[in-house]
Design a protein. Structure first.
Length: 273
């Protein structure tokens, strides 16, 4: 299962990514949780502190590694470099393990990988770090047996077609509000360009049935996968630096329903609009 999560900032993408990772781990699966948002904070949603993340370096900042693998120095433009650098060892070598023993006891495992940001990569240039990050994401999505959950920024335009096609489910999280729904519509249109059908909308931080109605009324042909209710326990978890998975059972229940729904759609081809 490869899931990519997008949506406007602050809607609850990272919370959803962390809880989904825990749920798959509880299923006994090996999960690679990828923080692909330049404004990275997935580690915090796993409750990892400074000490636990001291070895976790964003891949984009690993200049020496990128140079070794691509044959070119990051920051350099033009020149000749390998377009297909080796990346299969990166998910193990450059990630940290997310603590086990979270109740209910997890039988699988989660590793967290942080992509990081490079100025060059952000501008979409054809430079070593961009080639390396893109190659790594494609590897994660198309060449691994693990469950891969990618916590992304708003929009999917930076994905290549080959990577997008390997994603089983794109989840766009929307809050009740027109701006966040606008982001979802942009993702829907972009996914058509990328040849992707399986876009799901999740309503985040909803406080009432009217919130859900507002969102579902504006979806225009997207698959509605369910909602995550506004939860004080999630806010508290964030303040205390503990995982929502541990502190917010209602939210975990909401997200489990979403997970089950998406899996049922994917198992029965033709159910996705
Ligand atoms: N269901 C929820 N109920 C209440 N607060 C939430 C919920 N989901 C997320 N939050 C809070 O909203 C803020 C943004 O959430 P986050 O998951 O980091 O969003 P994003 O990754 O989309 O920016 C955080 O402070 C988080 O604790
Ligand atoms: Mg986030």
């Amino acid at each position: 299962m490869k899931i990519a999560i997008t949506g406007k900032g602050g809607v609850g993408k990272t919370t959803l990514s962390a809880v989904l990772s825990h749920l798959y781990s509880a299923d006994g699966r090996t999960v690679i949780a990828v923080d692909a948002d330049p404004d990275a904070n997935l580690a915090a949603a796993f409750g990892l502190d400074k000490e636990q993340t001291k070895d976790l370096r964003p891949i984009a900042e690993m200049g020496q590694l990128i140079e070794e693998r691509t044959g070119a120095r990051p920051g350099s433009m033009g020149g000749v470099f390998k377009l297909n650098p080796r990346v299969d060892d990166i998910p193990q070598a450059c990630s940290v393990k997310v603590g086990g023993g979270v109740p209910p006891h997890t039988s699988g495992s989660i590793r967290l990988l942080v992509m990081g940001k490079s100025k060059e990569a952000a501008s979409g240039c054809y430079c070593p770090e961009n080639v390396f990050l893109k190659r790594l994401l494609k590897h994660l999505v198309t060449e691994r047996d693990d469950v891969v959950i990618v916590d992304m920024e708003a929009g999917i335009e930076h994905l290549t077609r080959g990577t997008a096609e390997g994603v089983d489910a794109f989840i766009v999280v929307v809050e009740p509000g027109r701006r966040s729904i606008q982001t979802a519509l942009v993702v829907r249109d972009m996914s058509k360009t990328l040849g992707v059908e399986n876009v799901f909308v999740v309503a985040g931080k909803v406080r009432s049935p009217a919130d859900v109605e507002f969102i579902t009324g504006l979806l225009e042909g997207m698959n509605y996968a369910g909602s995550v209710g506004f939860s004080q326990a999630v806010v508290e978890a964030d303040i205390k630096g503990i995982p929502p998975y541990e502190n917010a059972p209602e939210t975990v229940k909401d997200i489990k329903k979403i997970k089950d729904f998406i899996e049922s759609c994917i198992k029965r081809p033709g159910t996705i609009r």
